[in-house]
Design a protein around this ligand. Structure first.
Ligand code: HEM
Length: 506
């Protein structure tokens, strides 16, 4: 009998008095459990509590709450209440010392953030195959990935974006999400899966469901989650997608095994192969259940991040029309120089476009904090400061992004901000590119677990923007401002319903 059926049976056969007893016992246990969950650890690290209703602010005003906290404590470690319990915010000066700490001491806390065991029923360490495979192989194969991304953009943009003879409203985020979902499936998995509508639908909806499932699970104390999980609709959807993805990947894995026995076999370049190569447990190599979960996680890390950035860029092109012609001219010039075909080299010359995208990411990155790590052992820093065993730490990226000492007039959208910084001195050339990482530029994290996909993401965003700029003019709808940014906890999403007017260029 399933747990849900058991609970229904239990409740339906009780008298009203017994039901009152069960309900009050459950409430008391939940109350005591929640109290223990929100108890502040006594570790001597100063606590900062943002003004007003700080719990509500964490969920709905997170960027400003973090900016306020950072403004008062930017040079020291401080503790802050988060929806995952108390965590430690790092000052920028500790990042260099911490960035390459080994996983045995200081692993990424991304899995904890998602409360992985409820979403992904596999041994926890096996989820590491994703980032290990990508760090090792993705950038090695960047040239062939770039060709796939280029072909994908050429072929699919005309399919996903309509002809617009007159000004036509387009819901930007769902359109871009579908496009990126197809291109990423083509370049990361291939094997025809990019043409499978069901896979594309799963890949496009998975991220939303894993975020919502973990946000809802977090409301419950860990002791209550084994029961609560069955009542979360989005989590049931995650399980359904996991098992459907397994069925869709099984024939691809079977075909791979068959083909590799052939004499002229040439191993294809795709992320399934990178994971198969790295699988230290031989039975994982062809396990469709494990591969399904790993591919869905990879999709979640790559599809939504990239499509949110492209959506925000389009919102900004419509809001600040002065940039459209500037970027269009740049892209026309570089494409002509390259003989009419984009190459990785010519993409690298799109310096103004690179700056515009980076400024968009500074203003509206998908996460307000990055570099989330968990101390498995107490870490003593060079200045004697201790990060206690078990503590989760993060860097308040959104606060650094709006720090006036780092970025003058931080609220102003200056699409050429990083272009100007890049040309301020010869040694700045490499420091202020979209994919550059430093304590002032933490949108892709830092160190051992910094985003391995940022180079391909950068190419993809530029390719898609160059195509769209060549084909369309953009503007906001009459009387409307830029579509808003939706905030929830540490996430910032471009309005998924936002519409922009597109018109074929004349
Ligand atoms: C605009 C697009 C993207 C943004 C803003 C972004 C941002 C991030 C951030 C903030 C992290 C955590 C870094 C840290 O904790 O230090 C991360 C991790 C990761 N990203 Fe990206 N990402 C993007 C695109 C991609 C793409 C296209 C891929 C794959 C092709 C990808 C694969 C990954 C993986 C595998 C990790 C985990 C790395 C690890 O734990 O070692 N990302 N990304």
């Amino acid at each position: 009998m399933s747990l849900q059926a058991f609970l229904q049976e239990l409740l339906s056969s009780r008298t009203p008095l017994q039901l009152i007893f069960i309900a009050s016992t459950f409430t008391t246990v939940a109350y005591l459990a929640l109290r223990s969950f929100t108890k502040r650890p006594n570790d001597g690290i100063p606590l900062y509590t943002p003004q007003g209703d700080y719990k509500k602010r964490w969920s709905y005003d997170n960027p400003h709450a973090l900016q306020e906290a950072y403004g008062r404590n930017r040079n020291s470690l401080f503790k802050i209440w988060t929806s995952q319990g108390y965590q430690l915010a790092l000052p920028a000066r500790y990042l260099d010392e911490l960035k390459m700490q080994p996983d045995t001491k200081f692993p990424s806390a991304l899995q904890n953030f998602f409360i992985g065991p409820y979403l992904w029923p596999v041994e926890k360490w096996k989820l590491d195959y994703v980032h290990k495979g990508l760090h090792k192989d993705l950038n090695k194969h960047l040239p062939s990935m770039f060709l796939d991304a280029k072909d994908g953009a050429n072929e699919l943009i005309p399919v996903e974006f309509p002809e617009c003879k007159e000004w036509t409203p387009i819901k930007v985020h769902p359109t871009v999400l579908k496009l990126v979902s197809k291109i990423n499936t083509k370049l990361l998995i291939g094997n025809g899966l990019e043409k499978n509508k069901e896979w594309i639908d799963i890949s496009a909806s998975y991220t939303k469901n894993i975020f919502l499932s973990s946000a809802k699970l977090r409301v419950f104390h860990p002791l209550l989650r084994p029961v609560a999980q069955f009542f979360i609709a989005e989590l049931r959807d995650v399980w359904r997608c996991n098992s459907r993805a397994k069925e869709l990947l099984a024939p691809i894995l079977a075909e791979k095994q068959l083909k590799e026995r052939g004499q002229d076999y040439k191993k294809p370049v795709d992320s399934i192969e990178w994971i198969r190569d790295d699988a230290s447990d031989p039975k994982d190599k062809n396990d469709p259940h494990l591969h399904a979960i790993l591919q869905l996680i990879l999709g979640a890390l790559s599809v939504n991040t990239t499509s949110q950035l492209i959506t925000n860029c389009i919102y900004n092109l419509a809001t600040y029309p002065e940039y459209a012609s500037l970027l269009r001219d740049e892209s026309k010039e570089m494409l002509t120089q390259a003989g009419g075909e984009w190459t990785m080299d010519s993409m690298g010359k799109l310096e103004k476009t690179d700056s515009f995208i980076k400024e968009t990411l500074r203003h509206a990155g998908h996460l307000t904090l990055t570099f989330q790590r968990q101390a498995k052992k107490t870490i003593t820093l060079k200045d004697g400061t201790q990060i206690p065993e078990g503590a989760t730490v993060f860097f308040p990226t959104v606060a650094a992004n709006f720090d006036a000492d780092l970025y003058p007039n931080p609220e102003t959208f200056d699409g050429l901000r990083f272009y100007k910084l890049r040309h301020a001195s010869p040694e700045n050339e490499k420091k202020f590119q979209l994919t550059s990482i430093s304590a002032e530029q933490m949108q892709f994290g830092m160190g051992r677990h910094a985003c391995p996909g940022r180079a391909i993401a950068s190419h993809q965003v530029k390719l898609i923007l160059a195509h769209l700029l060549e084909k369309y003019d953009f503007r906001l709808k009459d009387g409307e401002g830029r579509p808003k940014t939706v905030l929830f906890q540490t996430n910032q999403f471009p309005d998924p319903q936002g519409e922009i007017l597109f018109r074929n260029r004349r």
